[in-house]
Write a protein that binds this ligand. Sequence first.
Ligand SMILES: C[S@@+](CC[C@H](N)C(=O)[O-])C[C@H]1O[C@@H](n2cnc3c(N)ncnc32)[C@H](O)[C@@H]1O
Length: 220
Amino acid sequence: MYMVLKWFLTNVSGPIIIWYLKKDRKYSYRGIDLLIKKGVFHPGFFFSTKFLLNTIDKENVSGLKLLELGAGSGLISFYFAKKGALVLATDINQKAIEGLEFNKLNLNSNIQILYSDLFSQIPKQAFDIIIVNPPFYPKNPKSQEEMAWFCGAEFEYFYQLFSQICDYLHSNSKVFMSLSEDCNIEKIQAIAFESNFKFSLLQKKRILGELNYIYQIFKS
Ligand SMILES: C[S@@+](CC[C@H](N)C(=O)[O-])C[C@H]1O[C@@H](n2cnc3c(N)ncnc32)[C@H](O)[C@@H]1O
């Protein structure tokens, strides 16, 4: 059953979605109206964003410093800013940054936006919450757009992430990450472990045939 669904999604709906995303598109979720620029990860078609948002929604974020690393459309960032978090949204994709700036004005939001390759441009500071919906396919991205999907042939994104994140945490910070059965979770956990981090599974959900996971990451 799941195999048939996956075949359909890959071979039939996949090409339709690729065609649809060749233009800027409007998208709304839970009161957040966004323009999703062409070339930016679309939270309506790829379910990890909403799964992550709904899992973290149990947290009281009011007044907390929240970093969304690789914010893409900014749905998560704008949502939690509306709930009172002090949000920094970063991305390495210039189109994502343009979209974040546009949507910030449109939503009259107070999020801060920063173009940054992971932590490279983020001034050292401790965040209460860090949210990451990472690229996880082991391939070298050929464009900024592909950086939404590919973490480098040797998982470079994750080596960089786990070797740097420590400088942005305090003892009670919470780090949330979404992953899927389509990625090499064991490898990613092993990379985290090298930097003394361990994963704890918070939520697991099958969405359109694909098992999605939300982890909280702890210093071990
Ligand atoms: C899977 S998308 C998730 C986007 C958004 N967080 C969401 O949940 O809808 C991954 C995002 O990370 C960004 N990204 C990839 N590599 C990055 C890096 N080295 N530094 C900052 N952002 C990066 C991509 O441009 C993309 O917007």
